[in-house]
Design a protein around this ligand. Structure first.
Ligand SMILES: Cc1ncc(C[n+]2csc(CCOP(=O)(O)OP(=O)(O)O)c2C)c(N)n1
Length: 321
């Protein structure tokens, strides 16, 4: 499909925004400034951007434990995200959620989720609610390859299929589930093959090519809005860093050559080079874009540092029994 230059520039900007958020938050974690669990997605930026740039503001997002990129691509802002990681009251969830429970109801961001696969049946339910209300919204549901072997995955996609629910299921196949290589977990060549069990469309795309992800999702979104039911898209990519930001490099369970080969397929460098070759943007423009993002990130970190911690007396607020 033909994608305009302004859209391509926005894609590059959004991917750099995600990359820098991940690098900075991972650094803060390793420096002991923020605590809790933190899963970053360096190398996987083309997927949230290629998907979410096809969504409308009123569409829903259901994310996974590796979800900062999804939230940012759906309009999440640095300050409340950073404050949430710091556990501060100015965070999206007033500091009670952290990395694995980012939610922003105003933007229809339903949440990142620490339970692998748990977002799939939630998305099926949200899809059913959309159908029941008769709107043409949809829900994009992200999951890792590890989620595809959970019961929740099968139950959730099956019920979405039976209900013709407007859900886009996106598998971010980054080849590893913690230290388990993908090939140890199933006998499929492509995880999108799972589509046949539920009689829904399925496709595998290069998850490091933002234009390919965008194009495939663009078609899928049109079908889903037209009432044709759910679609499954697998995006093949790679997790550059450890499973979580605190994983010691000495664990060494991956072949360094495998990591090196994937580092060469950087989605940001790929699009950046293409745009430079096409004279759409210069190296200096990219440097300026990154500087501006970094300034905004610095401000977000300062904002988070200065924001108040929740009051101990508020511990039981918003708990229902
Ligand atoms: C139901 C459940 N089982 C196990 C875990 C522990 N766990 C956390 S992340 C993870 C691996 C997930 O791998 P994948 O879905 O491929 O996502 P990735 O981390 O590679 O992005 C596991 C097993 C969990 N959080 N939830």
């Amino acid at each position: 499909m033909k994608i305009g230059n302004e859209t391509k520039k926005k894609m590059l900007h959004e991917m750099i925004r995600i990359r820098r958020f991940e690098e900075v938050s991972g650094g803060l974690y390793r420096g002991g400034i923020i605590t809790g669990a933190l899963h970053t997605g360096e190398g996987q930026e083309a997927i949230p951007v290629g998907v979410c740039m096809n969504l409308r503001e009123d569409d829903y997002l259901q994310s996974s434990h590796r979800g900062h990129g999804h939230v940012l691509a759906k309009g999440g802002e640095f300050k409340p995200m950073m404050a949430e990681l710091f556990g501060k009251t100015t965070g999206y969830c007033r500091g009670r959620g952290g990395s694995m429970h980012f939610a922003c109801v105003e933007k229809n961001i339903l949440g990142t989720n620490g339970i692998v696969g748990a977002g799939v049946p939630i998305a099926a339910g949200v899809g059913y609610s959309i159908k029941y209300r008769g709107t043409d919204q949809l829900v994009a549901c992200f999951m890792g390859d590890g989620a595809c072997n959970t019961g929740a995955f099968h139950e959730g996609i099956n019920i979405a299929s039976v209900l013709d629910a407007p859900v886009l299921f996106v598998i971010e196949n980054n080849q590893w589930a913690i230290s388990v290589p993908r090939k140890w977990s199933d006998r499929l060549e492509d995880l999108s093959q799972r589509h046949s069990s539920y009689n829904i469309p399925g496709e595998t795309v290069d998850g490091n090519d933002v234009l390919a992800v965008y194009g495939s999702v663009n078609k899928a979104v049109k079908e889903i809005r037209a009432g044709k039911g759910p679609i499954l898209i697998e995006c093949k990519t790679y997790r550059w860093k450890g499973h979580h930001a605190g994983e010691p490099a000495s664990l060494n369970y991956r072949d360094p050559d495998e990591v090196k080969a994937w580092l060469k397929k950087c989605p940001i460098k790929k699009l950046g080079k293409q745009l430079i070759d096409e004279n759409v943007i210069s190296q200096a423009d990219i440097a300026k874009m990154t500087e501006d993002i970094d300034r905004e990130l610095d401000e977000a970190v300062e904002f988070a540092k200065k924001s108040p911690l929740p009051d101990a007396g508020a511990l039981f607020d918003n708990l229902y029994v």
